[in-house]
Design a protein around this ligand. Structure first.
Ligand SMILES: Cc1cc2nc3c(=O)[nH]c(=O)nc-3n(C[C@H](O)[C@H](O)[C@H](O)COP(=O)(O)O)c2cc1C
Length: 178
């Protein structure tokens, strides 16, 4: 890698420290590996017709490898008090210990979801696109559950935290309806 490429990489990492993200855990059941879960912030809604989510997963991880073998996964948006779950599923705990470390449940089709999460989206994989080290996974949402309160765990500047609306938030309320 050239000096210029190294400089750009370092600057991109600095820029990413300034991107606030919601913290999710991707969970799935794999025939070979059983229950697998991993913390991910690269999650977004791509379209509402039909509702489709996108998640970027490192192909060199257990979840990233399993994603090519399975059909359905869940996106579990963590609550502000679930830092321990985020840390466990980001490598703090071995995969075999992650299931017992939080209130994971299984739906009628054996797809795992986190009962205490802010929300859980069950997604059927419709496309996977390679991008460098990562798989960009598109999942059509087939079912969704959520809690009454809105208090997700956030990640910004290499720290976990939560969201406080700006005092001027009423100025922007009408711009986006969701
Ligand atoms: C806040 C945070 C966000 C992350 N977001 C992603 C992500 O979007 N995609 C990804 O592949 N890994 C992401 N990771 C890394 C994985 O959670 C995890 O550390 C990595 O997959 C290690 O592999 P393991 O899950 O097999 O232990 C993130 C980690 C943290 C702490």
């Amino acid at each position: 890698m050239t000096e210029e490429q190294n400089r750009v990489r370092a600057s991109v990492l600095e820029c990413m420290r300034r991107h606030a993200s919601t913290v999710h855990v991707i969970a799935l059941m794999d025939e070979d590996d059983g229950f697998l879960s991993t913390t991910a912030t690269s999650v977004t809604l791509t379209t509402m017709d039909p509702p489709t989510m996108l998640v970027c997963l490192n192909g060199n991880t257990r979840v990233g490898a399993a994603i090519n073998r399975i059909e359905t996964f869940s996106i579990n948006t963590l609550a502000a008090d679930q830092v321990a779950v985020a840390a466990a599923c980001a490598g703090g705990l071995d995969h075999g210990k992650r299931l017992a470390a939080a209130d994971w449940r299984f739906d009628e089709d054996d797809i795992p979801y986190l009962a205490s999460a802010q929300s859980s989206l069950r997604c059927k994989i419709v496309n996977i696109v390679g991008s460098g080290t990562h798989h960009v996974v598109f999942g059509e949402v087939v079912s969704a559950r959520y809690q009454a309160d809105v208090a997700p765990l956030m990640y910004l500047n290499r720290a976990y935290g939560h969201f406080f609306p700006s005092a001027a938030h009423e100025l922007s309320n009408h711009v986006i309806g969701w």
